[in-house]
Design a protein around this ligand. Structure first.
Ligand SMILES: NC(=O)C1=CN([C@@H]2O[C@H](COP(=O)(O)OP(=O)(O)OC[C@H]3O[C@@H](n4cnc5c(N)ncnc54)[C@H](OP(=O)(O)O)[C@@H]3O)[C@@H](O)[C@H]2O)C=CC1
Ligand SMILES: O=C1O[C@H](COP(=O)(O)O)[C@@H](O)[C@H](O)[C@H]1O
Length: 489
């Protein structure tokens, strides 16, 4: 059952992903989807919408009619208690028609204020009373702060147990985010060096070229800290910093991530200025086009105090990471769309091969999450010729080049995981709670202190100057994140 079946997420992500699973044989013929939303639609109209949404994002759609025939529509206001019984009857009927053996997945692709109400109704009106499995997939944002997340979690947990709840963080479905743990734990050359003796700092960047688009109403209350840092950025940090799990089970992996979040040094009060930088974009030029500043966007307060950019220095206070800063930055309307992780190794004790005026290039391991997918290892090697002089070289692995052009899209992987009952790449409540408690301390201060320097970066740049200073005062600098620039390093 997809609640919010006529919405943007369902049309752009869920239907095309389900189709890909179907086409690859990862979704058997024994499935039915009930789409729920308020507007009146017949099953035929709904099926036409499904075909349209699949066709707009997939070139080969040979089995589209067969696929769409599995879709049914139920017009229903989720706040109306009376309609759930009819929904349940339809679900029971489809269960028997398609031999579903009482297995149900409820996907909440709706505004978060409805999540709790839907979960309560599903239980009270018997929809969760099934003979097979029942699973709840829930979209972000999971709460607005720790308190609201806790309230939402309590509501959900009256109807579903923790292992039945699949909290989506779509970054965890990205191929190269999932690759972090394999790169770390399947390579003898990295794991022994993955600690404060050999790593000087880690940089995690997720930059966007797009502005806030039509999401001003949501974004005004969220800002980059809640929208990106609380979830995606901290999840990537947890994967980079966790200890090797003793087994590759959901529980073991999640509990190692939880340990990292517990060790994350809380940043509060006056310290926030030292560790975090906030920014808001002004007008500027993006890909040759003039764009508006954030305060001029639709549904945005002309004096908005909302941050569209965050850079921060995280410290993980445990044996492995003591003293190693992990810098994060994310923002809208930046110079490039790019998510990259740069692990900078410590310098070797002596520069034997470069002339004194040249700096020794540190070894870098760059994990390209998107749009490129792969890894680059920056080394030093002999410059061709008679003399023994060194020059920087790179070893590149391009994921797409090896595994074919189409690595599965995050939602395809996550939907498949959920169907198979694998919750590893979904966030456990403990991770959500710890992330909120870290972020709340910062957002409480930022909300109550007007940023006098906003807007403080032009659209089309890499963010405010203060973000560079954050690293400079530790003797580091941000490594450029576009491939071209990394080439020049
Ligand atoms: N869009 C995206 O790319 C992303 C979205 N998300 C999250 O996914 C969720 C959905 O987002 P999105 O698809 O963009 O939202 P939309 O506003 O596009 O869609 C909302 C859906 O909910 C339905 N709806 C609204 N009110 C009711 C109601 N009272 N009863 C029944 N149905 C209702 C709407 O249909 P109708 O009007 O017919 O009732 C529509 O199908 C949100 O939590 C969002 O944060 C997360 C990541 C990315
Ligand atoms: O969750 C979100 O993520 C997107 C960025 O996702 P990506 O896969 O394109 O990197 C961001 O634009 C959005 O504001 C946020 O809600």
């Amino acid at each position: 059952m997809i609640f919010g079946a006529t919405g943007d997420l369902a049309n752009r992500k869920l239907y095309p992903s389900l189709y890909k699973l179907f086409e690859k044989g990862n979704l058997s013929d024994k499935f039915a989807v009930i789409g729920v939303a308020r507007r009146p639609l017949t099953n035929e109209e709904f099926q036409e919408n499904i075909k349209k949404s699949v066709k707009s994002s997939i070139q080969k759609e040979d089995r589209i009619d067969e696929f769409a025939s599995h879709f049914y529509y139920h017009s229903h206001d989720v706040t109306d208690s009376n309609s759930y019984a009819v929904l349940n009857n339809l679900a029971n009927q489809l269960d028997s028609n398609y031999d579903l053996q009482g297995n149900r997945i409820f996907y909440l692709a709706m505004a978060p204020e409805f999540f709790g109400t839907i979960a309560l109704h599903l239980k009270e009106d018997g929809l969760t009373n099934v003979s097979g499995f029942k699973r709840l997939v829930i979209e972000k944002p999971f709460g607005h702060d720790l308190q609201s997340a806790q309230e939402l979690n309590d509501q959900i947990r009256t109807a579903f147990s923790e292992d039945e709840v699949y909290r989506i963080d779509h970054y965890l479905g990205k191929e190269m985010v999932q690759n972090i743990e394999v790169i770390r734990f399947a390579n003898a050359i990295f794991e022994p060096l993955w600690n404060n003796r050999y790593i000087s700092n880690i940089q995690v960047t997720s930059s966007e070229v797009l502005g806030v688009e039509e999401r001003g109403r949501y974004y005004e209350k969220s800002g980059a800290l809640r929208d990106m840092v609380q979830n995606h950025m901290l999840q990537m940090v947890a994967l980079l910093a966790m200890e090797p799990p003793i087994k590759l089970t959901t529980e073991e992996i999640r509990s190692e991530k939880v340990r990292v979040l517990r060790a994350l040094r809380p940043i509060e009060g006056e310290e926030i200025k030292e560790y975090f930088v906030r920014g808001q974009y002004d007008k500027g030029t993006v890909e040759g086009t003039q764009v508006l500043g954030y305060r001029e966007e639709q549904m945005v307060n002309p004096e908005s105090n909302t941050e569209t950019y965050v850079a921060g220095k995280l410290m993980i206070d445990n044996f492995r990471w003591a003293g190693v800063p992990i810098y994060i930055r994310t923002g809208k309307r930046m110079d490039a769309k790019s998510t990259k992780i740069v692990i900078q190794f410590k310098d070797i004790p002596m520069n034997l091969y470069y002339s004194p005026e040249e700096t020794l290039n540190p070894n870098l391991l760059v994990i390209h999450i998107q749009p490129e997918e792969g890894i680059t290892l920056h080394l030093n090697a002999k410059k061709a010729g008679q003399n023994i002089a060194a020059t920087p070289v790179k070893l590149n692995y391009a994921n797409r080049g090896i595994d074919g052009l189409n690595t599965p899209e995050a939602y395809e992987k996550l939907l498949f995981d959920c169907m198979r009952g694998d919750a590893t790449n979904f966030t456990h409540w403990d991770e959500v709670a710890l992330s909120w408690s870290f972020v709340d301390k910062i957002s409480d201060v930022w909300e109550n202190q007007k940023a006098e320097n906003y807007p403080n970066y032009n659209a089309g740049t890499m963010g405010p100057r203060e973000a560079d200073e954050l690293l400079e005062k530790d003797g580091f600098h941000w490594w450029p994140i576009s491939n071209f620039d990394v080439d020049k390093c």
